[in-house]
Write a protein that binds this ligand. Sequence first.
Ligand SMILES: *Cc1c(COP(=O)(O)O)cnc(C)c1O
Length: 468
Amino acid sequence: METILQQDHQNIVRILDKVKQEALVFLNTLEQRPTSTQNRIHPDRILEEMGYGSEVALDEFLERLLPLIVAQAGPRYLGFVTGGATPAAIVGDWLTSIYDQNAQATNSQGGVSALIELETIHLLRQLLNLPNSFLGGFVTGATMANFTGLAVARQWFGKELGKDFAKEGITEKITVFSANQHSSSVKCLAMLGIGSQNVIKIQTLEGDREAIAIADLEKQIQTLNGAPFVLISSAGTVNTADFDDFVAISKLKEKYRFWWHIDAAFGGFAAVSSQYKHLVSGWEHADSITVDAHKWLNVPYESAFYLIKEECQLLQIESFQNTNAPYLGNPLENFNYLNFLPENSRRLKALPVWFSLVAYGKKGVQEWVENSIKMAQLLTDFIANSSEFELLAPTRLNNVCFTLKGNEKQEKVSTFLETLNDTGSVFMTPTVLGNQKGIRASFVNWRTTEKDIQFITDIMQEVASKLK
Ligand SMILES: *Cc1c(COP(=O)(O)O)cnc(C)c1O
């Protein structure tokens, strides 16, 4: 008798046709789909002895679980920094599952899909205008890209003191400077044993700025008397998308001994715009850079990449090599991603990015990046001219931070945001800036248009007027 699995295998054409139909229904109605839902399930489904096959599973999924899926990939989901998926990215993502590769090595032993990843990194360097002296690879998100960069920073720091922290463990306190690092970097410092509290906070520039005050940084450096340190800098802070001055930091790098990490999770894409690329000028002198692909590059989760200077390859291998697996060979001679980053087994994450870049080119990415900035500006203009809302900070790039106008409205900000999000027509996230409760709208989705902004501002107006 045929097993259910064998039947599924026989019926793969019909099954995939149904999946394609359902995918199209979702994609074609994404713009009308709510951005939040009151639907909930108890995650207590019983696992039956016998299965029902993919088609019945699909029916159950569509009926019971699909209603939980909100339009995170849609044009009016402005929470966190949430990208969508372009057609080319979906093509690459689907094929990644079909080919089911474990992207590791570049020699012929056990697959060469890592070559596709290296080619994709090469395309990304060109997109971002970064030199070939950066080597890179894909990880799940900017958190793990930060982890990878900071792990190598940790090893570098040890080596500066004549220690091998990867082998011996951390025996010396690691000095870390930062002004406005993302929470994921703090998490990485905890995971890496460096300690989340062991960050020395550098002052930020005066005014509404979140960027490092270079004068204060240099003052702090001088107290170290030549001792090494790690600098975590930002290309795009989450609230106001502020950028540290990379030209100034490059100059400090000529004078002082430090590992320079840049978290460019979304802000790195400023590099594709002639109008905004000055924001990252000088970043090519960093030691490690984090960039997310599932944000502004609009590929499906989970996709980010690190870039680390080639000259630091040995430190990277020391941090991540599988030391007691002789069958893997000498990591310097036999390139294998599993000796360069946290995960050993890994899917071919590069493929959706490869398809996106080949399908749309530099120009395509530039167009949707600049469109996001324009959308952020339209919302900003609305807020600046509104009697209900006010900006919490100037809009530098694609993130808008605002609040209800007037101090007396501070206690109503959360209610406003909850009511707004409950409409299911738009989704934004709360923030706090300069001790003021606020709201943050981040634009990175390729689908967002002026019509969406009109729609969003109408709803904001309506919800605000009912608050009184
Ligand atoms: C989103 C973000 C992160 C974390 O990225 P994940 O992809 O969620 O792991 C890190 N840094 C910055 C600046 C971010 O915007």
